[in-house]
Ligand binder design. Structure first.
Ligand code: GLP
Length: 241
């Protein structure tokens, strides 16, 4: 894994946005794997800034998101659909029918998972997958113990993840209990992976990922076996490495 150490969140966001912009310039029809959460927000801001200033076009880009809550309407402010529209898609020229996010309201969620996996395959796979990391090492919503062979599937969220995400909801009871997520093997099939890590609360898990064993107890540890992973991490996140 290639590590890019930066000073702070701003620097991480700038470097990550440049990574995405370079990918799209090099291959305008790129398939971008996108993530949600607080870590990637600044990156999307910088991508939008560049779009406004330099007119980098996303017209031919396809996007596939990592995950979505089950049972939350796409129009609800806490859905990942809403997040992506609000924080990125509404501000760039990506075609609406090029945007793919799991449908958390699908009647048959198992079928939705199979279809989603099919969509990624039909697109020819992900060129660049953007990732954040949970404090317990989850990637997407692949919680500790998820098989490294997993494909897109339904997950029951751990209490630690629900607790970490409750800041976006009124009450813990409102945080969904289940989600659809790309599997670990789905993520690992991406040609390039960009993992962003910022802040003291991620320092312990980042050290574990970088120096610990490759173990399903730490989902992100599998990234050590991927040939093209770049980690952009700030000083606080790198404190224990
Ligand atoms: C969420 C998302 C992940 C994200 C992670 C970290 O649960 N499903 O894709 O990477 O948690 O979130 P944050 O960046 O807000 O710390």
């Amino acid at each position: 894994m290639k590590i890019i150490a930066v000073e702070n969140y701003q620097e991480m966001s700038k470097a990550a946005a440049q990574f995405i912009i370079n990918q799209v310039k090099e291959k305008p029809q790129s398939v971008l794997g996108l993530a949600t959460g607080g870590t990637v927000l600044g990156t999307y801001e910088k991508v939008i800034e560049d779009y406004q200033q330099n007119k980098t076009s996303y017209k031919q880009v396809h996007s596939v998101n990592l995950d979505e809550y089950i049972g939350v309407e796409a129009t609800h402010p806490n859905s990942y659909h809403y997040y992506m529209m609000e924080h990125l898609f509404a501000h760039i020229d990506i075609e609406r029918d090029h945007i793919h996010i799991p449908n958390g309201l699908a009647k048959n969620t198992e079928e939705e998972c199979r279809n989603y996996e099919g969509v990624i395959e039909e697109l020819g796979g992900v060129d660049l997958q953007l990732l954040g990391i949970g404090v317990n090492g989850h990637i997407g919503f692949n919680e500790p113990g998820t098989s490294f062979d997993s494909v897109t599937h339904v997950v029951k969220l751990t209490e630690s993840t629900r607790d970490a995400n409750k800041r976006y909801f009124n009450r813990l009871e409102d945080v969904p209990t289940h989600a659809i997520t790309m599997g670990i093997s789905t993520i690992m099939k991406s040609k390039n992976i960009l993992l962003l890590v910022s802040g003291k609360k991620k320092a312990e898990i980042l050290a574990q990922v970088m120096n610990g064993e490759i173990d399903e107890k730490v989902p992100a540890s599998i990234l050590n076996t991927h040939p093209n992973v770049t980690i952009i991490a700030d000083k606080d996140a790198l404190a224990f490495v």
